[in-house]
Design a protein around this ligand. Structure first.
Ligand SMILES: NC(=O)c1ccc[n+]([C@@H]2O[C@H](COP(=O)([O-])OP(=O)(O)OC[C@H]3O[C@@H](n4cnc5c(N)ncnc54)[C@H](OP(=O)(O)O)[C@@H]3O)[C@@H](O)[C@H]2O)c1
Length: 315
């Protein structure tokens, strides 16, 4: 028997249950993976906190993982080609990564970049493909200066590295009281500025003569919106991944993995993000790991909002 976390009903994470389940043998086009690490994202908790249109409970938790293929169904072809028993792989987007074993569609399974550990690889693709879409929808290109809110977070750090690869200059907001956040932003090529009162002036000082042509918002605070709106001339070059209501009222962009156009873009972007990681251009800093059984404690730590890197669950 395998073990797996599910949300039995909409509500807070304390209601999740950790149960024994039978994992079905892989059918046509499927593979079974022994999970070595499951990635944790804020969406894991947010998406089951309330009843959402179309959501059917119980919901198995976790969208991404890294592990080893233990069975291959007929006609199963992985996202990066042939897939065989024993291969080390990542899988995204799946439902139920917080598990010891899982059977998933082979097209969502890719070769794990060898230079990443399982906890790193398990956390690469959700943040990485979100970041890729934020760059694409704001039309940011080489030579641009862009403002990034929540630069030290998972999406922020992926944005910094993908922007560096493209020659985009990024000014990134960080916790004024946490030197490690500023240090992380510098390490990945960004120019850190402290968020809080006076943010606009500090960003302008760092930008110098360069116009800020776009803004990437990974926090959704009023401050982030206000400063982006004050500094970026074109509203369709501001994107938030957090607050759809304010995005709508201000006429700025909002993207989310559940939207069909975002899902299509991100499915395609997986290959490029994996390539960047394989080349060493994209790292995934991991702050902590927890045993799979301690998933509630681990998710609570992430949801406090300052994890200092990614967090993985180890079966
Ligand atoms: N729509 C989508 O497709 C999508 C995809 C992925 C994530 N998201 C959402 O995007 C957000 C970020 O996700 P993540 O995985 O990057 O989270 P994360 O790794 O937990 O990072 C959170 C970040 O927020 C920063 N932060 C906290 N309070 C802040 C404030 N008042 N002002 C500015 N920054 C602040 C923290 O920086 P310090 O530690 O320096 O304070 C930290 O860097 C979450 O709300 C998540 O649900 C949406």
């Amino acid at each position: 028997m395998a073990k797996r976390w599910t949300a039995p009903a909409p509500g807070p994470i304390d209601g999740w249950s950790f149960d024994e389940v039978d994992v079905p043998a892989p059918g046509a086009g499927e593979v079974t993976i022994r999970v070595r690490a499951a990635g944790i994202n804020p969406a894991d908790a947010k998406h089951v906190a309330h009843a959402r249109p179309g959501a059917r409970f119980p919901v198995p938790i976790g969208y991404e993982l890294s592990g080893e293929v233990i069975a291959v169904g007929p006609d199963a072809r992985g996202g990066s080609g042939e897939v065989s028993v024993g291969d080390e792989v990542v899988a995204f987007r799946v439902q139920g990564a917080y598990a010891t074993e899982i059977t998933v569609a082979a097209c969502d399974v890719f070769a794990k970049p060898a230079r990443l550990s399982h906890p790193e690889a398990a956390n690469l693709l959700l943040a990485g493909t979100t970041a890729a879409e934020m760059i694409q929808v704001t039309r940011a290109v080489e030579g641009d200066t862009v403002l990034l809110h929540a630069a030290s977070g998972a999406v922020g750090v992926s944005l910094l590295q993908q922007a560096r690869d493209l020659g985009i200059r990024v000014i990134g907001t960080v916790n004024p009281d946490a030197e490690d956040s500023a240090e992380r932003v510098r390490r990945y090529g960004g120019l850190p500025v402290a968020y809080g009162d006076g943010l606009r002036g500090r960003v302008e000082d760092v930008a110098g003569d360069a116009p800020i042509v776009a803004a990437w918002d990974a926090v959704g605070t009023d401050e982030a919106f206000d400063v982006s709106l004050a500094l970026v001339a074109e509203r369709d070059r501001i994107v938030t991944i957090v607050d759809p209501e304010r995005a709508k009222s201000e006429g700025v962009l909002w993207i989310a993995g559940a939207r069909p156009e975002s899902a299509r873009f991100r499915d395609i972007a997986r290959a490029r993000v994996l390539e960047l990681a394989a080349s060493g251009a994209l790292e995934v800093p991991v702050a902590r790991t927890y045993p799979l059984a301690d998933a509630i404690e681990a998710v609570r730590f992430v949801m406090e909002g300052h994890p200092g890197g990614k967090v993985a669950l180890l079966p």
